[in-house]
Design a binder for this molecule. Structure first.
Ligand code: ATP
Ligand code: MG
Length: 563
């Protein structure tokens, strides 16, 4: 199950419109020698399922067409970024099974080049230092219905603009005092072309460049140029950047660049019962609503990983949702079903009793222990596991009933006077119960039918059904963490009355502090996934210690119909 180093085929099997564009380009007159894509996260949080879609698209397209994909940190907002996020993002991409080309790229490595391009635009009369403050600048820009007005600073002499920009970089001005803008068109119907900002003063250290800069480029001024520097051919981003494309193209057309990439947009992945915004996920972490970015309830890649979702299942899901230009909300049950399919075929099997009822086998010797061998997986050759059988066992409380009138079809479990098979072990019959003072059944006395391990019993001993069990003396105590959806609302960030932080499901985490696992689970490694028979899919958690195993429920065995 652990997919730390998956030797996997990560190229998508299906085709999408981006693939068709690439194929057209590869067959066209000016075909690029190689497809180059990039995944450009801002290191201001952990990656989530939406990013997984973008990763699968960018790295997947490169894989499919023998191209390469860069990992570039779009690090132009040092205030919100950190090395912790950079490390987490690298870890998540590798875990998903993808490899970036060459060394990791940083937009900040291009700050010198971007700076000289800014000077170039000033020299060409295409950029200017503007002293309007935020309020004034907003008023000058106008809005969708009102055209903008030219800034009074627009027509300063080129020499003055160059001198002012030099002062900006020399830290002569306070933050917000002025900024560098492109001189495009204040009347444009596209707001992005109304003299957009290129550089702002920001007196903060940068995680990569330290205190070298006190001005930082705006995303729009950095992105296309970074693509160009890296030789990107297909710059794939989400639809909200569609309106930025003319600006992306304006910079490339007005700068002395050799490589001109093209931008293509696709729709963001959105899931119901989920928020997919780093900013909002950070709020959940900062307000301690969840236990960190990798809380198994989080839609982060690290959260899903800890929850027991495999990289294969996540990639499969991303392929299932497809790549289009139409926005829509995907049902989270689709992701769960991709995960369940993967676990059903690949997870090891084990037994764990959550709510124990003691069974004593009267015809089994007191101190005896019989080792039984069970397949780790019913279909795959994953070896065998040893299971101790002894006089005292645990089964689930709910797998026993005193009611002898219950029909065999209705209750396929243990009933006084009738037979049931213990999974991988004997057929047993319940003979009598022992009760406490309140009349609760605390123990069931049973007898086994000899010769029924791995063999069908005579018809008279035919069992009602099969139940799971563990040997009471050998069982290992463990903690189970059961998760439900984090939000009670299907669209938590679109609710008009309440903020998403007020729509938290109070039962999203339920801790069962003591369940009883078969001893083979002592060997479970962190991230090993299991099907606990009849109970659910579980994964070993990193909080496990020598004294106590901890398992996260990945998903129940079946999708619940209510939701
Ligand atoms: P967020 O709002 O979560 O911070 P973002 O777009 O600001 O997302 P970036 O770090 O800039 O985050 O994203 C890196 C890449 O991932 C971008 O190309 C972006 O378009 C893509 N991406 C982000 N969210 C999604 C999503 N929900 N579906 C598909 N792609 C996404
Ligand atoms: Mg962003």
């Amino acid at each position: 199950m652990s997919t730390d180093n998956p030797t996997l085929d990560t190229a998508p099997k299906t085709s999408n419109f981006i693939h068709q564009i690439i194929e057209g380009d590869l067959n066209g007159a000016s075909a690029p020698t190689q497809i180059v894509t990039r995944f450009p996260p801002e290191p201001n949080g952990y990656l989530h399922i939406g990013h997984a879609k973008s990763i699968c698209l960018n790295f997947g397209a490169a894989d499919k067409y023998n191209g390469v994909c860069h990992l570039r940190f779009d690090d132009t907002n040092p205030e919100k970024e950190s090395q912790e996020y950079i490390d987490a993002i690298k870890r998540d991409i590798s875990w998903l099974g993808f490899k970036w080309h060459e060394e990791i790229k940083y937009t900040s490595s291009y700050f010198d080049q971007l700076y000289s391009w800014a000077v170039y635009l000033i020299e060409q009369g295409k950029a200017y230092v503007c002293d309007l403050d935020v309020e004034q600048a907003r008023a000058y820009r106008g809005d969708f219905t009102t055209p903008g007005k030219n800034s009074p600073y627009r027509d300063r002499s080129i020499e003055e603009k160059i001198a002012l920009f030099a002062k900006m970089i020399a830290a002569d001005f306070a933050e917000g005092f002025c900024s560098l803008l492109a001189k495009i068109d204040m009347q444009s119907s596209n707001m992005n072309l109304r003299d957009p900002m290129l550089y702002r003063i920001l007196n903060v250290s940068h995680h990569q460049t330290g205190d070298k800069w006190c001005i930082y480029p705006i995303y729009d001024f950095a992105h296309g140029q970074s693509d160009s520097i890296e030789g990107v051919t297909h710059s794939i981003c989400t639809l909200e950047f569609e309106g930025h494309r003319p600006l992306y193209e304006w910079f490339l057309a007005n700068l002395p660049v050799t490589n001109v990439p093209r931008q293509y947009e696709f729709s963001r992945l959105e899931l119901n019962y989920t928020v997919t915004s780093k900013r909002k996920l950070k709020q959940l972490v900062d307000q301690n609503i969840v236990n960190g970015w990798d809380d198994p309830r989080m839609p982060t890649i690290s959260g899903m990983r800890r929850r027991g979702f495999s990289a294969v299942a996540i990639r499969k899901f991303c392929e299932m949702v497809g790549v289009t230009r139409s926005n829509g909300v995907v049902d989270v049950s689709m992701l769960e079903s991709a995960v369940r399919d993967d676990l059903e075929s690949n997870a090891k099997r084990a037994m764990c009793v959550v709510d124990p009822l003691k069974i004593t086998i009267s015809n089994f010797a007191d101190q005896a222990c019989e080792m039984l061998s069970l397949a780790v997986h019913p279909k795959l050759d994953m070896g065998i596991r040893e299971l101790p059988f002894s006089k005292h066992l645990f089964i689930e409380q709910q797998d026993f009933s005193e009611d002898t009138s219950l029909g065999r079809k209705k209750f396929k479990r243990l009933v006084i006077g009738d037979y049931v098979r213990l999974r991988g072990a004997y057929v047993i019959k319940a003979d009598a119960v022992i009760k406490d003072e309140q009349g609760n059944v605390v123990e069931v006395l049973a007898s086994l039918v000899p010769g029924t391990v791995g063999a069908n019993p005579d018809p008279e001993f035919k069992p009602r059904g099969v139940i799971h069990w563990v040997s009471a003396e050998h069982a290992v105590p463990c903690e189970l963490r059961i998760y439900d959806r984090l939000f009670t609302d299907a669209n938590p960030d679109k609710n008009k009355e309440k903020s998403f932080t007020q729509l938290i499901n109070p039962d999203s985490l339920q801790v069962i502090s003591r369940a009883w696992a078969e001893p083979s689970l002592l060997e479970a490694q962190v991230e090993d996934g299991y099907q606990f028979e009849r109970t659910g899919y579980f994964v070993a958690d990193m909080d496990s210690t020598a004294d106590k195993l901890v398992f996260n429920q990945t998903l129940p065995l079946r999708a619940s119909k209510a939701k």
